[in-house]
Design a protein around this ligand. Structure first.
Ligand code: MG
Length: 386
């Protein structure tokens, strides 16, 4: 049997000197006894998977088209793709795979219903009350909103996972963060998740875009990386059906981006003479990243997705509706807080009503938000938004 101490020693021996070792954690906000078998990050990962906000990811979407059928990504399957891509990169770079996985699994738990529209709408509604941002909300979920333990609220996750949740938000005012000791960069494990997220959504959105008919193979011809990755396959299997072609192209694109990320990051770590985790956090440049060519390719890809998918009339029409639903729910609940859940109502003694209403709505799944909307406004028809 492998005890926790033995596993911690194993990490010290086999991981890179700049990897975050579980035995060197800055610990949890509330002291707890260690587990005999599992390291601090393995426990964090398990706590995340067993929490309610994680389960709700199943009924939250990123792009509306996702919820038009059972084959599209949900925020839960997106999260799983991010976690497995992250683990691959971490393992090959000899970084902490458990920490990377935990950050990947938790990275979207603060996302409100209705994807990006939900976030921008809540941010607008909260403009004079502290705003709304999904990374900060993820932190609120794990620090405060989950209730599973008698002695503290939240999941009491380790400092490094909490640091990872805030990952890339350098453009925001750091003093607003309820985390002490953040430096220029988070650990490499958190930086990996930032890119694993980008790889996952840009490739799966192409896949879902093609499946839904919003995108066509002809449209994708403008993407160089797409053409390159398909050329060899098409020469070998000219008769392959469109589904097989799509799967091939998507997995090939993931493989290209992941391989580039690994190679370029290893080079950056080397070039910047990174010796330990303090060097990582104090570095003036992020150390995980794509090569300039792949970075330009992903920018073109994202631009393509914006133009053709995220701003597609079929998607934006639903976004407009979703924004209105969130706004009306918000105002209705603010006017009549008696309609809040009993858990949320109890918070009104301690928190301003705006924040309580915002947390309540942010926690909703898409379908629950629709259900409440129909209930409050006595609507019987299908809202045709899912
Ligand atoms: Mg994400």
């Amino acid at each position: 049997m492998f005890t926790r101490e033995e596993y911690e020693n194993f990490e010290r021996e086999y991981l890179a000197p700049y990897a975050q070792k579980s035995g060197d954690t800055r610990g949890r906000r509330h002291r707890e006894p260690e587990h005999p078998w599992r390291t601090v990050y393995q426990r964090d990962r398990d706590r995340i998977v067993h929490c309610r906000a994680f389960r709700r990811l199943e009924y939250k979407t990123q792009v509306f088209v996702n919820s038009e059928g059972d084959h599209y990504r949900t925020r839960l399957t997106h999260t799983m793709e991010v976690a497995v891509i992250g683990r691959t990169v971490a393992r090959i770079l000899k970084l902490n795979e458990d920490l990377t996985e935990a950050i990947g699994l938790v990275h979207d738990v603060g996302h409100p219903p209705f994807g990006h529209t939900g976030e921008t709408t809540l941010n607008k509604l909260m403009a004079n009350h502290g705003g709304f941002e999904h990374n900060l909300q993820s932190l609120r979920v794990v620090d405060e909103l989950e209730r599973k333990y008698p002695d503290f609220s939240g999941l009491n996750l380790s400092w490094e996972v909490r640091e990872g949740i805030m990952k890339h938000q350098t453009e925001y005012d750091r003093s607003a963060y309820p985390i002490e000791g953040l430096k220029n960069n988070p650990g490499l494990e958190a930086q990996i998740i930032n890119f694993a997220d980008e790889i996952a959504y840009s490739t799966h959105d192409i896949d879902d875009g093609l499946l839904s008919g919003l995108l066509t193979e002809e449209m994708l011809m403008e993407i160089e990386a797409w053409n390159e990755s398909n050329a060899g396959f098409l020469a070998k299997y000219p008769q392959a059906d469109s589904e097989i072609k799509r799967y091939y192209a998507v997995r090939n694109l993931i493989n290209y981006l992941v391989s580039d990320l690994i190679r370029h990051s290893a080079e950056m770590i080397d070039r910047n003479n990174i010796q330990n985790i303090d060097d990582v956090r104090n570095s003036r440049v992020p150390l995980i990243g794509f090569s300039p060519e792949a970075a330009a390719g992903t920018r073109r890809l994202k631009d393509f997705l914006y133009r053709n998918m995220y701003l597609h009339p079929r998607v934006t029409a639903k976004n407009t509706k979703a924004g209105r639903i969130i706004t009306e729910l918000f105002q209705h609940l603010l006017k009549d807080p008696g309609l809040l859940s009993s858990t949320s109502r109890k918070k009104l003694d301690k928190k301003p009503p705006y924040r309580v209403v915002c947390d309540y709505i942010a926690g909703m799944t898409d379908r629950y938000a629709l259900l409440k909307y129909k209930e409050f406004f006595d609507i019987e028809d299908d809202l045709n938004i899912m």
